[in-house]
Design a binder for this molecule. Structure first.
Ligand code: VGL
Ligand code: ZN
Length: 243
């Protein structure tokens, strides 16, 4: 849906995008976002075995996102909020594979072990699965591209999307940009995404592009409920007595 290929500009636009990202840099105040509430949904992008270490298109550092992604899933489920999980679901002769002239080794072939969700995620049965890239001649990086996701979100009254998963510089980026174009507020969980980084810096640039498009970027820890404040140890002052 989105012209993601035009999203790796060099020179000035890239610098501007980096400046726009802003978050996480020294001296920056982390943006505050309201914790998950009705009207929100979680989108878990492509956390599949082929994209994790040992898989055919492994994302370096992919394993590090499992714990925070799981925590996000648990948080949304605990609040009864919808969880969507997209998955690359390619036919064996998919256009994105090298044998067909595409850029990638074969990955996430429908029905194969590599296409399975990472078992460590413990994806709950209530999660709604969004298959994409299912047609031989057409790739789909975005979870909105050729899927029912937008319709499903609308039907549930969702207007804000929390996004986690793989890979920052491809399917996460394309999904977030589409979500923004479609009018969703987007919160990207910084520690719950990881990049392929075909070119060093692709992941950082993707974060900048998403921030520029209006996605808020926060740590997944900020989703957890605030700890209950400790009961004050200071005794209340006794009312003044007449001498
Ligand atoms: C992806 C490359 C090829 C992704 C999918 O999920 O980011 N990357 N297919
Ligand atoms: Zn793919």
């Amino acid at each position: 849906m989105n012209g993601w290929r035009a999203m790796r500009p060099g020179g000035a636009p890239a610098m501007a995008a980096r400046r726009a990202a802003g978050s996480g840099g020294a001296g920056c105040v982390a943006p505050r976002v309201a914790p998950p509430r009705p009207g929100d949904a979680l989108l878990v992008v492509d956390v599949q075995r082929d994209f994790l270490p040992g898989g055919s298109l492994a994302v370096p550092g992919g394993n590090a996102i499992i714990k925070p992604v799981k925590a996000c899933i648990d948080r949304f489920c605990a609040r009864g909020l919808p969880v969507f999980a997209s998955r690359d679901w390619h036919p064996p002769n998919h256009v994105s594979f090298k044998a067909q002239g595409g850029p990638w080794p074969p990955h996430c072939v429908a029905g194969t072990p590599g296409a399975e969700f990472a078992a460590a995620l413990g994806l709950p049965g209530v999660a709604m699965i969004v298959p994409k890239g299912c047609k031989p001649g057409r790739d789909a990086y975005s979870a909105f591209d050729g899927t029912e996701l937008h319709r499903q979100l609308r039907a549930l009254g969702v207007n804000r999307l929390f996004v986690v998963g793989l890979a920052t510089d491809y399917c996460v980026l394309a999904s977030v940009l589409d979500a923004r174009s479609l009018g969703y507020a987007v919160v990207l969980l910084r520690d719950a995404v990881a990049a392929v980084d075909v070119m060093p810096g692709d992941g950082e640039l993707a974060l900048a592009r998403m921030a520029e498009a209006g996605a808020a970027t926060v740590d997944s820890a900020s989703l957890q409920p605030a700890p209950t404040p400790a009961v004050s140890a200071v005794p209340r002052r006794a009312p003044a007595r007449a001498p």
